[in-house]
Design a protein around this ligand. Sequence first.
Ligand code: HSE
Length: 426
Amino acid sequence: GKNIMGKKLGIGLAGFGVVGRGIYEVLAENSPLIAARAGADFSIQHIVCRHPERAQSLVGSTIPVGGDTRALIENPNVDIVIEVMGGIEPAKSLILGALESGKSVITANKALLALHGNEIFDCAKNFGVNVYYEASVAGGIPIIKALREGLSANRIESIVGIINGTTNYILSAMRDSALTFPQALKIAQEKGYAEADPTFDIEGLDAGHKITLLASLAFNTPVCFMPENMEGITQISPEDIAFAQSVGCSIKLLAIAKNLNGQIQCCVHPTLVDNDNFLAHVNGAMNGVFVQTNALGPSFYYGAGAGGKPTASAVIADLIDCARGNAPIQPAPTTEAFYLPPKEIQSQYYLRLTASSNEQLQRVQNYFEGFAIPIEKETRSNQCWMVLTKPIKENTLQSLISELNQLEDLDKPIKVLRKESMLMGI
Ligand code: HSE
């Protein structure tokens, strides 16, 4: 039936790819319940996309469909703009233009917000409207709502997540189905998980954009994207995966944001995760985020991190918030924000060192003492020494490795993998 408030809100939809179509479908499928929860009836009033003729044939002739973002902003029937086209331009001009004309914006564009979020949030504030971006991180999982609302009474200590579906799909397939890297990537692309340019996925930049946004909310800082702290999975070999399994671990591309006594570590890298942690069981394109806070303690969020309808779920939840007039908490600048550069990033490291004699292995062990590297765990069989360090700086690790590389009778390249231990067990 007709909702009692009878408010009508027109949507301008920019982007009609996998996510745009998902929004169109979910809006139609769940229309009565969405209207009841929002206290408003939504209707799409304008679409801009790359292939207007395709979109037009799907949505019918009553909705204007074109390629001109300016026409969408200026359409008087458009009250709220949804941007799911991705990329920097024309998305950025569209969003700023919409905000400047007093229209709130909902976006899934993590790359844009990670690079230009501060400018966009400022603009929204100046024009008295809002930017919502739940769909930009972890697809359908309401992790931004969790940080802004459910956990808003807590001091956030750390966030460790698998927040890129494409790379998680690839790593899972390499481990479980013996697929090669290119085979697994191709399937992830066919399923619509990957970015238009999958380099962002496999080089860790997409996860990096997302963890940057989470860190700014969690630690109340401006958005600070540091690509030099982001590493992807292109160097991970089947041999690494086998090594991980031999020590009871899986390799996952982890996005990590930690508050280390006021210094913020925000990074992405492939990491060993013990198989008895929740994150080791986040497989395929699924995402999982572990959050440690001071009142609740540990909590874990799991769900679909990519794809049309899961992402639409998050976009439309924002739309409902917007219709209800809920103003979201935005990242805020503090004077104290300090993000650690690459050399200062701390990790535990797993090293596998194989020497040709016991004497040589003893020499290797002496180097660890020389650098005062604390050891958490070690096993030794014959001339092979496997060692897990306590958290040390990247800088220290690099100095150690360059010394060890000078040694003769030591197998090279030296195998090193990071390990994350501060996780939630199953
Ligand atoms: N390319 C992204 C992923 C899409 O694979 O997770 C969702 O942001």
